[in-house]
Design a protein. Structure first.
Lengths: 738, 291
């Protein structure tokens, strides 16, 4: 295939990943591989208690420990003592009170990692243990201990739409829960801080958003932002876990104190304590409809556990609440959301960001409604499906593509997996897999559907712009385009997409994507399914500016071929892409909060061993509204990966807490789906270009994660006839002995 | 805590036994799939390590008259490839971890760790295997239940190595099953091995992950031994008998609630697995394969 300018590998093609070969060959440098001569190793001392008062800290023995070069406490934080993405309420190092088990209390730097670990064990913290607040409802009681000066409510909002008292002929009701999921990126947190001659620091770091890190790091170090330079290192996955700062400030503090390069690299166990998780939720809903299944009124009360600090909880509960009625046209609604503080580990961003929890609840309700009015689950959804021009409960009108009906009917029509004999098949494909628990006994199949949606880019008035620099020059091999942004390829394939955009816009085959750093303007976060739209957009604008200059020099209206003679001197352009403005919500949750939406529909086919409660997901079929697939293979990759993460939430992934403490902080007991758990995914790309976005492409990273948990649990309900109000669904719930 | 560690790399069994006796506080290392996890978690900090992977004697298995001797260092991958006749052992081995873990992990290591969730252990218990221990002065054999003393506790002396395990080759069908909340690479929530011994006229059942150590189900075993028509594998066995047997196996379980599952579910799981395993064995017996 060729683009209009005769160049291979432009947009719309399944171009191979630029980072693919080095990653497969083990040659890609991840942050955990960072090394410098003479570097020290940093170690973090964490609170074992979810709630305690620090009475004293004795660091004498640690200072004397072999190889130790520094031991730092809260008093050593050079500037602001707290940080945070939304509110700066999280201590860099705790003083006075610790609010979750795993909260950093002290830092050590030593010559060898083992020495740092040993010294860390010698720090004696005298805690007065306080009773932890670990239940959301308990945290909201008037007599609950206040975990923060403002109390235990992170954010409360309500969305009042139409007449929330409107009567209906049929009502269905339920309360649903989801557990605390971990992003479990394969690369744990790591970075290297190098002190600079100007008194500043250079940080090499795996993150999702260099500039948001910078904004939080610099004030804590008491340095002007220009003296803190962030350079992106290899990112081993993120899924939201790298939105919050983890070891960044710590490594910089140790480097500045010792004037030596300092590396901090978490292991898997520490990673569970060192980043935020997906909010556990408890959601009550009541849906009113006409006897023939048309929605009249949706009532919802949503509660999510933000844990000990604010992180991104305000935006997560904002999403969950504004999406609580689902991708349906609903004339009346009262949606109330609350994010609470507890002494559980802090929760923040994870793929799906509030939309996942809401979808789990509203889709269970839609199935209940289908039963109550005697309609097929697809029919009841089709009857209510949102479309372009409809008004959401927030009063926001959907102006872009909203092909919900299309998604539903296409998803339902995707080929079903073939029926299988229970006896005559590979035993690995029986629920329980390698465990050899059955030869086909007690198997039933179930099919479940879910539709859902999520916002693209940041909402509620946030201006998450992206800046790109493009340079077009010529050398012995011909024209060369170079691109630089601060946008992070977290593994989703952004660098490849950027290359495709440049090829399409400039018609130049050779494209070099430079390593991101904070020398250029912010690109915003690699989250909220936004980077292809936003940085793709910025690169497109910069390329167009470069192209205009080429055309001016050549005096032509199309890019000349050959191009070389017009590139001396080289042409450069820097451009910023902004999405349309959004607005804050008023007291009744009315406004224009979201930029754009991506919709998805999933069908799950499951097989359950009804005696043992073990499950095999036979097939997942996902139809997704992608606007336009800039790299179809990448889009399908996102759908498959997002589905796997959704399957994990439905069936096995949960951080188990007891009295605020994590009981399964390792991959031994925090179970991620294996290849035997993950079925083939049939993905169907619905392309209806989105006005106002580059090439009409919508972000594609999240919708499958939003809808798949709901679809799988719906299928489990269909197979077993049980309520299953909570995800992940445990075997004992499937056999009804809980 | 010291930051240095002595590593010994013996090439012969004799050398290893010498080193073990000279450094009883050094830990034996086979595949390392338990040891390295403990070290990485900071729960284990041995004074030294004796790497047993280069010792040919430990990597052998052989028939000894009517017995099978399985060297401590035989990996799960090799068992799956080389010991197809021992169906429950192969099934248990196939259920262990991932290909990488099966390529490294050994039955000797499973015994050394003595976790109630060790998947090879219910099989050894159902085979009524003995564990062969050796030190510089000689060898001794302990029945599996004497060797396994409790959760992560064994009767092995500090100067001893596990030479291997040995059992009478059983004439009769058997199987191993393991329940986990994931379809592969999962620690057992409950495991069960059932072995019919035609010659001894016994059905032996062993349970993993449902007690402080591996458990047998003696009442269930007695019950079913009396109900089977030993000379006529074709004789029908009623659903009621299977159900009662399963019930008795469930009652032999002594599980706790933990992060992997509840005690109630574990008992239930043992009951279901026991019923299924018995039915599978009876079907196979009917095929006259075992007479
Ligand atoms: C990812 C993962 C998945 C796993 N999955 C499973 C599973 O599904 N089922 C399961 O049962 N286990 C599982 N395990 C645990 C482990 O793989 C097994 O227990 C395995 O049998 C250990 O064997 P090894 O050779 O690696 O032992 P090592 O780790 O080398 O040793 C284990 C213990 O045995 C001692 N030891 C070893 N050999 C001898 C010897 N010859 N003489 C004296 N002492 C000795 C060691 O000193 C140590 O105490 C898993 C482990 C991992 C990391």
């Amino acid at each position: 295939m060729k683009t209009k300018t005769g160049v291979r590998g432009g947009i719309g093609q399944s171009v191979r990943r630029v980072d693919g070969v080095p990653k497969v060959k083990g040659e890609f440098e991840y942050a955990s591989d960072l090394r410098r001569d003479g570097m020290l190793w940093g170690e973090t001392v964490r609170s074992p208690h979810p709630h305690a008062r620090i009475k004293a800290i004795d660091i004498r023995a640690a200072l004397e420990s072999p190889g130790v070069r520094a031991v730092l406490l809260a008093g050593d934080v050079p500037g602001k003592k707290t940080y945070g993405l939304d509110a700066q309420d999280q201590p860099v190092l705790a003083w006075d009170v610790v609010r979750f088990a795993g909260e950093p209390v002290a830092l050590v730097a030593a010559e060898q990692p083992e020495q740092a670990k040993q010294a860390a064990t010698k720090i004696v913290v005298d805690y007065e243990v306080l009773s932890p607040v670990t239940e959301m409802e308990a945290a909201l009681q008037a007599d609950a201990p206040k975990l923060h000066p403002q109390g235990n409510v992170v954010r409360q909002l309500r969305v009042i739409h139409g007449d929330p008292e409107a009567e209906a002929e049929v009502w269905v009701e339920g309360t649903y829960e989801t557990g605390m999921q971990d992003q479990a990126p394969l690369g744990p947190e790591a970075g290297l801080a190098v002190p600079a001659e100007d008194g500043g620091v250079d940080l090499y770091i795996a993150t999702q958003w260099l500039h948001a890190d910078l904004e939080q790091i610099a004030p804590c170090l008491n340095l002007p932002p220009e003296k803190v330079r962030l350079n992106l290192s290899g990112v081993g996955g993120a899924f939201g876990a790298r939105e919050d700062v983890s070891m960044q400030i710590h490594a910089c503090m140790l480097a500045l104190r010792t004037q030596r390069p300092v590396k901090i690299a978490y292991g898997r166990q520490e990673s569970f304590y060192g980043h935020v998780h997906r909010h556990p939720s408890r959601i009550w809903m009541r849906h009113g409809a006409t006897r023939d299944g048309k929605l009249i009124n949706v009532q919802a009360k949503l509660l999510v556990d933000g844990g000990a600090y604010t992180s991104t909880s305000p935006a997560v509960i904002g999403n969950a609440t504004t999406f609580a009625a689902g991708p349906y046209a609903v004339p009346n609604a009262r949606l109330e959301g609350t994010a609470v503080f507890t002494n559980n580990p802090p929760c923040g961003a994870m793929r799906g960001f509030g939309a996942v929890q809401a979808c789990f609840a509203y889709e269970a309700q839609m199935d209940k409604l289908a039963r109550a009015v005697n309609l097929h689950p697809i029919e009841v959804r089709l009857k209510n499906a949102l479309k372009t021009g409809d008004v959401l409960p927030t009063g926001q009108r959907v102006t872009g593509a909203a092909p919900v009906r299309d998604l539903l009917s296409r998803c339902a029509a995707l080929p079903m997996p073939p029926a299988e004999s229970p006896l005559d098949r590979d035993r690995m494909l029986i629920p329980g897999g390698a465990g050899n628990v059955g030869h086909g006994e007690a198997l039933t199949r179930g099919v479940g559907f879910a539709a859902g949606y999520k916002n693209l880019a940041y909402s509620e008035g946030f201006d998450d712009s992206s800046e790109a620099w493009v340079r077009l020059s010529v050398d012995q091999e011909g024209p060369l385009a170079e691109v630089k942004t601060a946008a992070v390829d977290v593994g989703q394939g952004l660098d490849t997409i950027v290359t495709q955009v440049v090829r399409t816009e400039l018609g130049v085959q050779r494209v070099l994507v430079r390593q991101p750093d904070t020398a250029i303007g912010s690109a915003g976060s690699s989250s909220a399914s936004r980077q292809t739209m936003m940085t793709g957009g910025a690169v497109q604008l910069a390329c167009q500016a470069v192209r205009d200059e080429v055309l001016r020099r050549a005096g032509t209206s199309i890019i000349p071929d050959p191009l070389d003679e017009y590139l001396r001197p080289p042409i450069e352009a820097t451009r910023v892409f902004r999405h349309r403005r959004t607005g804050k919500l008023d007291a009744d949750g009315q406004g224009d909060p979201h930029v754009s939406f991506a919709f998805g529909a999933a069908r799950a086919v499951v097989e359950v061993d009804t005696e043992l409660g073990l499950v095999r997901v036979v097939q997942l079929a996902v139809s997704q509204d992608v606007g336009r697939a800039l790299n179809p293979q990448s889009v399908r990759g996102q759908i498959e990966g997002g589905s796997a993460q959704g399957l994990g939430l439905a069936l096995m992934e949960e951080i188990e807490l007891k009295d605020g403490k994590i009981r399964n902080a390792s991959f031994t007991d925090y179970l991620l789906p294996t290849i035997l758990d993950m079925p083939p995914v049939v993905s169907d790309l619905v392309e209806e270009p989105e006005p106002g976005l580059p090439y009409g492409a919508k972000g594609v990273g999240e919708p499958s994660t939003v809808v798949v948990p709901a679809a799988i649990v719906a299928a489990l309900r269909a197979a077993t006839g049980r309520e299953l109000p909570r995800a992940p669904v445990k075997p004992d719930e499937l056999v009804g002995i809980r | 805590m010291r930051s240095e560690m002595d590593v010994y790399v013996p090439r012969t069994l004799d050398e290893a036994l010498q080193q073990k006796s000279a450094h009883p506080d050094a830990i034996s290392l086979a595949g390392g799939t338990d040891v390295m996890v403990e070290i990485n978690f900071g729960r284990l900090r041995p004074a030294g390590i004796i790497d047993l992977t280069r010792i040919p004697e430990l990597r052998e298995w052989r028939r000894e008259d009517s017995h099978l001797f399985l060297g401590a260092g035989v990996t799960y991958s090799r068992i799956v490839r080389e010991l197809a006749d021992f169906v429950p052992l192969v099934q248990a081995s196939r259920s262990v971890g991932s290909p990488q873990i099966r390529n490294r992990g050994t039955v000797g290591g499973n015994l050394g760790t003595a976790s109630p969730a060790g998947d090879a252990l219910p099989v050894l218990a159902a085979y009524d295997a003995e564990v062969v221990l050796q030190n510089r002065r000689g060898t001794r054999s302990l029945p599996w239940h004497t060797f396994l003393q409790g959760p992560k506790k064994t009767a092995m002396a500090p100067d001893e190595l596990i030479r291997g395990t040995r059992w009478q080759v059983v004439n009769g069908p058997g199987s191993f099953s393991k329940i986990g909340t994931r379809n592969a690479m999962v620690i057992a929530v409950a495991g069960l091995c059932l072995q019919v011994d035609q010659d001894a006229r016994q059905v032996r059942v062993a349970l993993g992950s449902v007690g402080p150590t591996i458990l047998r189900a003696p009442e269930a075993e007695r019950f079913i031994a009396e109900r089977l028509t030993w000379d006529d594998p074709g004789a029908p066995v009623t659903d009621e008998v299977v159900a009662e047997f399963a019930e008795l196996v469930g009652r032999a379980a002594k599980p706790i609630d933990d992060v992997r599952g509840t005690a109630r579910y574990r008992v239930h799981g043992c009951t279901v697995l026991a019923g299924r395993a018995l039915r599978w064995a009876l079907e196979e017996r009917k095929a006259f394969k075992w007479l």
